[in-house]
Design a protein around this ligand. Structure first.
Ligand SMILES: NC(=O)c1ccc[n+]([C@@H]2O[C@H](COP(=O)([O-])OP(=O)(O)OC[C@H]3O[C@@H](n4cnc5c(N)ncnc54)[C@H](OP(=O)(O)O)[C@@H]3O)[C@@H](O)[C@H]2O)c1
Length: 300
């Protein structure tokens, strides 16, 4: 039986992958700081430990560990966001290199937020503009740490994932809440592009990369980004809410402060294309936001 190890696998994306790959017959082990289940293994995300012995002869290690970015970017939070990602990546690299039979694959999370704000230019893996603000610099450091850790027997994949739309977590939950409160109009001018991926396509894309024996950097996004105004309209329609109050920029900024988060999620324009997945022949199940949102609503 093939084994998959998911570091930081207790969270939103980890649970999507655990359910998907378990159904495909994989044995799943999860590295967590707070084990609560039989397949949970303790680690602290920064030091080598007993956990590393589970890496021998496994199919893949997938690293999703990181302090949530859904917080205010205070000095202290910035430090935690940075260290939780870089330290976990480095220690996983050490563990892989201690193996006699290392994992066939090592996937490391990055983020589609690594690309600059863009309305017109489509960001691809080979021709995307990498930016220079806090989130983009975190992503660059994350990928640098990952790229510096090598093992000739392990294929490596960088996951530049966009906002994942799913039923049990992620950005869809707060957006849905806004819509239910009648506040689901456009944010700011509503023209900012939204790159997204449905949770099933997120898992299928990783499965596809393994099956097709691929490696390198992948944009894990649907090929059809939409704009914020359209996104909000589609969620309103799916929830049968006929109207939604729009939010000027100052109100988005005020609201974000009030609920302790940053405005980046809704104000940044993300125009990202999964060129490598498309070139390799990956077929999305939920290309359009309409299909993605409706599919999620039907399973709730
Ligand atoms: N959700 C999205 O749409 C999205 C999009 C692009 C990229 N990403 C990235 O993908 C990764 C997973 O996302 P997610 O939505 O599943 O996040 P999540 O629900 O917050 O889960 C992340 C996991 O990381 C672990 N963690 C938190 N702080 C840690 C620390 N200081 N040291 C070690 N581990 C820590 C936690 O596991 P334990 O508490 O069990 O140890 C947690 O379950 C994150 O790095 C995120 O930045 C997410």
């Amino acid at each position: 039986m093939k084994t998959l190890i998911i570091a930081g696998g207790t969270g939103f994306l980890g649970q999507i992958l655990e359910n998907y790959f378990k159904a495909k017959g994989f044995t799943i082990k999860i590295l967590t700081r707070k084990p609560t289940k039989k397949n949970h293994i303790f680690w602290d995300g920064k030091n080598l430990g007993e956990w590393s012995k589970f890496f021998e002869d496994t199919e893949a290690v997938i690293n999703l560990a990181g302090k949530s970015v859904d917080c205010r970017y205070t000095k202290e939070n910035k430090k935690k966001i940075y260290h939780s990602r870089i330290d976990s990546t480095n220690v996983l690299g050490l563990a892989i290199n201690l193996c006699e039979y290392p994992p066939k694959y090592w996937f490391n999370s990055s983020t589609a937020t690594i690309y600059k704000d863009s309305y017109d230019k489509e960001m691809t893996e080979a021709d995307g503009d990498i930016g220079d603000d806090f989130s983009m610099n975190i992503a660059k450091s994350w990928e640098k740490a990952f790229n510096e850790n090598t093992n000739p027997k392990t294929k490596k994949v960088v996951l530049r994932t966009s906002i994942v739309f799913g039923k049990n977590g992620g950005a869809y939950i707060p957006l849905k809440r806004l819509v239910r409160f009648g506040l689901g109009g456009k944010q700011w001018h509503g023209k900012q592009k939204v790159s997204f991926i449905h949770e099933l396509d997120f898992a299928r894309a990783i499965d596809f990369i393994i099956t097709e024996n691929l490696e390198g950097t992948f944009n894990i996004v649907s090929p059809k980004p939409i704009d914020n105004k359209t996104l909000m309209k589609i969620i309103r329609k799916a929830l049968n809410i006929p109207f939604g109050i729009s939010h000027p920029k100052w109100l988005v900024e005020f609201g974000a402060k009030l609920i302790g988060t940053e405005t980046e999620l809704v104000l940044k324009s993300r125009n990202i294309i999964p060129k490598r997945l498309l070139d390799e022949g990956f077929k999305f199940k939920f290309e359009s936001i309409n299909n993605a949102v409706n599919a999620i609503q039907q399973t709730i």
